[in-house]
Design a protein around this ligand. Structure first.
Ligand SMILES: Cc1cc2nc3c(=O)[nH]c(=O)nc-3n(C[C@H](O)[C@H](O)[C@H](O)COP(=O)(O)OP(=O)(O)OC[C@H]3O[C@@H](n4cnc5c(N)ncnc54)[C@H](O)[C@@H]3O)c2cc1C
Length: 328
């Protein structure tokens, strides 16, 4: 039987793994619980979905790429076609963003791949020649190899529900993430921020404020405001409407125009802050884990400045190459 790989999670890491396997003509399928691809590379639209009045990047704001080899690969995959430089990072690197919202990058990465959306994988079972996964809906899928790109705590839940107690779980338990509450605000007029539309307050409840109009992704006056890790942790499980009004008041203090509407989104696993020191993890025969919880390509970079999208992509490429090289 020809070997095949099933990837759980169609964020940038899973997509990069799938493109790498697909380049080698290795049969690969992605499954994601979300309605679309991209995971935390997320964009919300305002108004009509096909012709939105505005947008918010409410997950990733931009990506920096330190590796010129990776940039070439992304170019070859057609993943940079909608990307354009925003303001450079302090170390002079381009901050890549998309005028159609950062999710356009993930959609371009997904071109040509076999993908099942809106399916939450609920359990995994070892089969004689590989693995079978079962979705909450009851559908099952089989493959020789399995790759998970879920945030480590979600993978641990899946392993527990599958009654798979693997020695590698110890390494997964050491991976930690910050939470993030993100406010999406609509304003009656300009925000008053200076170009390029990015403010990092030194104190208060907000750690990053982005004017999506100045950034060039929104026709309407929309602002994304990320709460600090401390506020996000304290408020994550509390009433969201109250959290939104507290953050709205904090944002209004620095906005030049009145805020007319807000939405709030909670990211339980926003940014990996304590990562596994290797690009991926062998969990057991034919089963590997990758994603932004793994250190790939940025070992020398301080934790606050590591390129998270780049690292997640490099982790995906590394786990795919290991699957091609070593099989099980
Ligand atoms: C608010 C915020 C701001 C950020 N800003 C930046 C930034 O500016 N620059 C930067 O480089 N990085 C940034 N990041 C981090 C970056 O978004 C992540 O590092 C990167 O997107 C992780 O990609 P991934 O593929 O590893 O994981 P994910 O994108 O989380 O992909 C995992 C996928 O698994 C799916 N999934 C989970 N459980 C299941 C299941 N049981 N069955 C099926 N599917 C499942 C999810 O739907 C998801 O699509 C930010 C993150 C957040 C939340």
């Amino acid at each position: 039987m020809q070997s095949s790989t099933l990837i759980i999670g169609a964020g940038v890491s899973g997509l990069a793994a799938a493109r790498t396997l697909s380049d080698a003509n290795h049969p690969v399928m992605l499954i994601d619980k979300g309605r679309g691809v991209g995971g935390r590379a997320a964009t919300r639209k305002l108004g009509d979905r096909k012709a939105p009045r505005g947008r918010w990047d409410h997950g990733t704001q931009f990506a920096t790429f330190r590796s010129s080899a990776l940039l070439k690969t992304l170019e070859r995959w057609g993943a940079l076609q909608h990307m354009t430089p925003w303001h450079p990072s302090p170390d002079g690197l381009d901050r890549h963003m998309s005028p159609e919202g950062f999710n356009a990058f993930a959609k371009d990465l997904a071109q040509g791949l076999t993908l099942h959306n809106s399916l939450r994988i609920a359990s995994l079972t070892r089969a004689t020649d590989g693995w079978t996964v079962k979705a909450e809906s009851g559908e099952t899928f089989s493959a020789t190899h399995l790759i998970s790109t879920l945030p480590a705590p979600q993978l641990l839940d899946l392993l527990r529900d599958s009654e798979l107690d693997l020695p590698a779980c110890e390494a997964l338990r050491a991976i930690h993430y910050h939470r993030n509450l993100t406010l999406m605000a609509e304003l009656d007029g300009p925000s008053g921020l200076e170009p390029p539309g990015c403010l990092r307050p030194e104190s208060g409840l907000l750690k990053l404020i982005v004017d999506n109009t100045l950034k060039g992704i929104s026709g309407a006056h929309t602002v994304t405001a990320q709460a600090t890790p401390e506020f996000s942790l304290e408020w994550y499980d509390r009433d969201r409407a109250t959290a939104a009004s507290v953050l709205r008041a904090a944002l209004q203090e620095v906005m030049a125009s009145p805020i007319s509407n807000v939405q709030i989104h909670g990211w339980k696993f926003a940014e990996a802050v304590h990562r596994h020191p290797e690009p991926f993890l062998d969990l057991c025969t034919g089963f590997r884990a990758a994603g932004d919880g793994f250190m790939a390509g940025d070992e020398e970079v301080s934790p606050e400045h590591h390129a998270r999208i780049e690292s997640a992509i490099l982790s995906g490429i590394a786990v795919a190459n290991a699957t091609l090289k070593h099989g099980s």
